[in-house]
Design a protein around this ligand. Structure first.
Ligand SMILES: CC[C@H](C(=O)O)C(=O)SCCNC(=O)CCNC(=O)[C@H](O)C(C)(C)COP(=O)(O)OP(=O)(O)OC[C@H]1O[C@@H](n2cnc3c(N)ncnc32)[C@H](O)[C@@H]1OP(=O)(O)O
Ligand SMILES: [Co+2]
Length: 133
């Protein structure tokens, strides 16, 4: 398993893109809107992992609620897995609380699911599997 990306909640992707471009010295490689999560995302390659900037597109978005409550900042850590179905079963059998019954389509051509922060020492964990074919 490796860290696929670190999700950072931001108020405005354009502003955050400029800041991270200055910080990292590289431009984002992708911008993607994900309606199902009510977010705009922007991705930077950093070594063999990524930064995912997330801007809410609706006040009901998880990102909007997070920023309202905690301000901008690190939102989640995503791990890449080979078989998200098997990993979900494994985590469920170990008593982790999953936030979705089945994987859903995320950004950057991935199937994703989430583990409740309460099950992971206060960290929102995302599992990602590349959508193959
Ligand atoms: C576009 C897809 C993209 C991808 O990579 O493919 C994404 O990453 S999408 C990312 C945005 N989507 C999600 O985060 C979906 C999963 N998240 C959720 O279902 C909710 O945000 C949830 C359940 C984590 C929190 O829900 P809600 O905000 O309605 O509940 P509370 O505010 O009451 O929070 C409950 C409890 O959890 C703590 N909390 C909330 N968010 C986080 C967080 N990001 N990291 C750590 N802890 C978090 C919150 O503080 C509450 O704790 P308490 O001690 O009761 O205050
Ligand atoms: Co993510």
């Amino acid at each position: 398993m490796q860290v696929e990306h670190i999700g950072i909640a931001v108020k405005n992707c354009n502003d955050a893109n400029h800041l991270f471009e200055n910080l990292l010295g590289i431009a984002p490689y992708k911008a993607e809107k994900v309606e199902s999560e009510a977010v705009n995302t922007s991705f930077f390659h950093v070594g063999n992992t990524k930064i995912e900037l997330l801007e809410a597109t609706s006040e009901n978005s998880a990102i909007a609620k997070f920023i309202e409550k905690r301000g901008e900042g690190i939102h989640h850590i995503a791990f890449e897995v080979e078989d998200i179905y098997a990993e979900m079963e494994r985590l469920k059998s170990q008593g982790f609380q999953l936030l979705n019954e089945a994987p859903k389509r995320g950004a950057d051509n991935k199937l994703v699911c989430f583990v409740h922060p309460k099950s992971a020492n206060g960290v929102l964990v995302e599992l990602c599997q590349e959508i193959r074919g």
